[in-house]
Design a protein around this ligand. Structure first.
Ligand code: ADP
Length: 592
């Protein structure tokens, strides 16, 4: 009876202990922590004098210590056992717990395998999915330090440790993958941040080399028509510099006909890896790898991802060659996936850069055209008008018939509107090309006041009342005085123009938070809702009833928008046909 209750009490005790073991091991995902906790439990429960957690270095046929308790640190670090001939090795080979009570008599024991005072040992293998991954080794200084129950306990502890270690390993793997994702994210952000091709190429090559951890990267353009790739950029990792290897010459071309590996990667749009040792290499690729001392090579097609939104096909714009010449390298499936993901980022960035260059070229052509048109048109136009006036001088204009007078008037009006158009075109071009570096702090109150005064005469000519409301404090904006003046002037000028005689024009300046607000209100013709949308586009004129006689180029509001948006602001309109309009814009105030 007492035996039974003693046994039950023992079992209960052990159950409680395992509950605590599970709790402690379950709470940590750190590999070293799991090892330490396991050894701590093993020693505390068995009363061992010292213990180690031993792992297997298979290639070398050795066992090595991972964590030790009760040894001198130097001992623990350098300690190894032979897999073939040691008690520890026997535990691994037989996958059975070893309990040795008379150490000296064990045929597999070497004196240097344990502490001098050790008399007995236990060695318990730790198995995970049918494989021994380590051994718990405990030393006692008496022949009977360990009981059979101790060995059973350590066996169960080993099972739990195996699971905890597996969790820790998975966690470590997940953390590594998260790290990889983070570096992929940083790389892709950096790659797509630039619009200049040389910069995109440089950042792309560097990102590939660091993310894939290869010694160098060669970037090449794909020339589909010629069936070749052309080397456009090379990069070598700073730490791989001392190698004597050379990198391909910029501008050199490789014919794809003799490089099936690269051709296939481009056609399939899949990355492929190759080892210099492989028998199946094509002669040309073998020679390429030998010339540039590449031991391993990853071919990465730079293919833009197909978009479902547009009808665009995915397009291969180039190839990156990731070269490892320090040692043989096996590229895993993860490496391939990572390379393809980066490859597609790089392809989009390169295409983006190409579009940007095209747009810039078109911009250049446009500017040139505008300049040419304005100057080349202005001279013959003025010449024609001068001759026309001189021609009129030779005639008796007073005796012109009504019809003749109308003809003359039409010519003069047409000339006037062409003059305005040319002037507006030139201003617009100037605003678009003005550099931000020349911007200054502008006193906005003064600017608005001056502009209202400048237009007062024109307003009075149409018998308008023109009022101005300014805030108590002076508002400052960082920007181009010319552009801002032009914007204010156009709005006031339009209000005067598109309001029938005797109207009321109110200009209001105010500030709210870190912005200023300018409003120009009139009680004129107004604009119907459906025409408001296009108001700010170049050359658009909203023809409302009664405004046919008013001349203009349709460039004024587009100029206002360009100028205000350049300054980080926004312009909009509230208007109702037949009632009037309020044109408003806000601008960020200058930092004092
Ligand atoms: P423009 O005045 O040279 O035609 P804008 O770009 O300045 O060109 O204006 C575009 C069009 O917007 C004008 O043709 C006119 O129909 C309309 N518009 C602009 N300002 C007003 C306003 N204050 N009231 C009514 N319509 C306006």
């Amino acid at each position: 009876m007492t035996d039974l209750s003693e046994h039950l009490a023992e079992q209960l005790e052990e159950l409680k202990m395992f509950q605590r073991v599970d709790k402690e091991l379950g709470a940590t995902l750190d590999f070293d922590n799991v090892l330490m906790l396991t050894m701590d439990w093993a020693l505390r429960r068995t009363g061992a004098a010292a213990g180690m957690f031993v792992t297997i270095a298979e290639q070398e046929g050795l066992l090595k210590c991972l964590t030790a308790l009760g040894y001198s640190p130097a001992d623990a670090q350098t300690k190894t056992w032979r897999l073939e001939r040691s008690i520890l090795g026997r535990a691994v080979r037989t996958r059975q717990s070893q309990h040795v009570t008379d150490l000296a008599a064990d045929p597999d024991h070497c004196p240097e395998d344990a502490l001098p005072e050790t008399r007995s040992v236990i060695a318990v293998p730790i198995e995970l999915r049918g494989r021994v991954i380590g051994v718990i080794w405990l030393e006692g200084d008496a022949p009977d330090t360990f009981s059979a129950a101790d060995v059973a306990f350590v066996g169960r502890l080993a099972q739990r440790a195996a699971i905890a270690l597996d969790h820790a390993r998975l966690y470590r793997e997940a953390a590594r993958q998260a790290d990889e994702m983070a570096s992929l994210y940083t790389a892709s952000r950096m790659i797509s941040a630039s619009l200049e091709r040389p910069q995109v190429l440089a950042i792309a090559a560097q990102s590939l080399a660091t993310t894939l951890r290869v010694s160098s990267v060669v970037m090449a353009d794909y020339r589909k028509l010629q069936g070749e790739i052309e080397i456009v950029h090379t990069y070598r990792l700073a730490t791989a510099r001392p190698t004597t290897s050379v990198l391909p010459q910029l501008g050199s071309a490789l014919a794809l006909e003799s490089l099936p590996e690269i051709r296939d990667a481009i056609e399939a749009q899949r990355a492929s890896s190759h080892s210099a040792q492989a028998d199946s290499l094509s002669d040309a690729l073998r020679e390429f790898m030998a010339t540039y001392t590449a031991q391993s090579l990853l071919i990465i097609p730079l293919a833009t991802a197909p978009t479902t939104l547009s009808a665009e096909q995915s397009e291969v714009v180039g190839v990156a060659l990731a070269i490892e010449n320090r040692h043989e390298r096996h590229f895993s499936a993860d490496d391939h996936a990572l390379a393809e993901a980066l490859g597609s980022q790089i392809a989009s960035a390169l295409r983006q850069a190409r579009l940007y260059a095209e747009v810039r070229e078109l911009e250049g052509i446009k500017t040139h055209m505008i300049r040419m048109a304005s100057h080349d048109l202005r001279n013959p136009l003025n010449l024609a008008m001068n001759y026309f006036e001189m021609f009129l001088d030779t005639l008796e204009t007073a005796s012109f018939s009504e019809r003749q007078k109308r003809y003359v008037e039409r010519v003069q009006k047409a000339h006037q509107s062409m003059e305005t158009l040319i002037k507006d075109l030139l201003t617009l071009e100037k605003v678009e090309s003005e550099r931000e570096a020349l911007w200054q702090i502008v006193d906005f109150n003064a600017l608005v006041s001056a502009e209202v005064e400048a237009q007062r005469a024109a307003a009075e000519l149409k018998r308008h009342t023109l009022t101005l409301q300014l805030p108590a404090a002076t508002l400052y904006v960082r920007g181009s005085q010319t552009q801002l003046r032009q914007a204010i002037s156009n709005l006031i000028n339009n209000a005067i123009k598109y309001t029938p005689d005797g109207g009321l024009i109110q200009v209001r300046l105010s500030a709210k938070e870190r912005r200023l607000l300018l409003e120009v209100q009139d009680n004129g013709y107004g604009i119907s809702k459906e025409r408001q949308e296009r108001l700010f586009s170049s050359f658009y004129r909203a023809r409302e009833p009664g405004t046919d006689h008013i001349g203009g180029s349709g460039l004024g509001l587009s100029l206002v928008r360009t100028a205000i948006e350049r300054h980080g602001g926004k312009v909009w309109v509230n208007s109702e046909a037949g009632i009037g309009s309020i044109f408003s814009f806000w601008l960020p105030l200058a930092q004092s």
